[in-house]
Ligand binder design. Structure first.
Ligand SMILES: [Zn+2]
Length: 125
């Protein structure tokens, strides 16, 4: 049987390829979709902020701003901090569910969370 690469093979390949591409895009998209950040101060939830709206959040402790978090284009970035090491400011902006920025000296934790849609996350927890 001298079978040549025919139309059917092409369709099968195209379908397989499309499914693969879709799966990759879907996975990437899903991972990217952090929906809000939870800001914790001293181990307690300070604020929950959606990532979709650009804004600047001042994290205050006893009336003094200790950290400034910048939400821009769906990413959370520590803009300013009163801590001596400034490690949190140097950290890259976070946008994916599960990513976080930690400011140890100020006991500030910024964690990106997905909504209930992120089934994988809730199972992992
Ligand atoms: Zn810091």
């Amino acid at each position: 049987m001298n079978r040549r690469f025919g139309k059917t093979d092409f369709i099968v390949l195209a379908v397989v390829f499309a499914v693969l591409v879709f799966a990759v895009i879907f996975t990437a998209f899903k991972r990217k979709q952090g929906e809000f950040v939870v800001i914790s101060l001293d181990g307690e939830v300070y604020r929950e902020v959606p990532l979709e709206k650009d804004q600047e959040i001042e994290i205050k402790k006893e009336g003094i701003t200790i950290n400034v978090l910048d939400i821009r284009e769906g990413k959370a970035d520590m803009r300013k901090a009163s801590c001596p090491d400034k490690l949190c400011v140097r950290q890259k902006p976070v946008s994916k569910s599960g990513e976080s920025i930690v400011c140890l000296p100020n006991k500030v934790v910024v964690e990106v969370k997905g909504e209930a849609k992120g089934d994988f996350d809730s199972i992992a927890r």
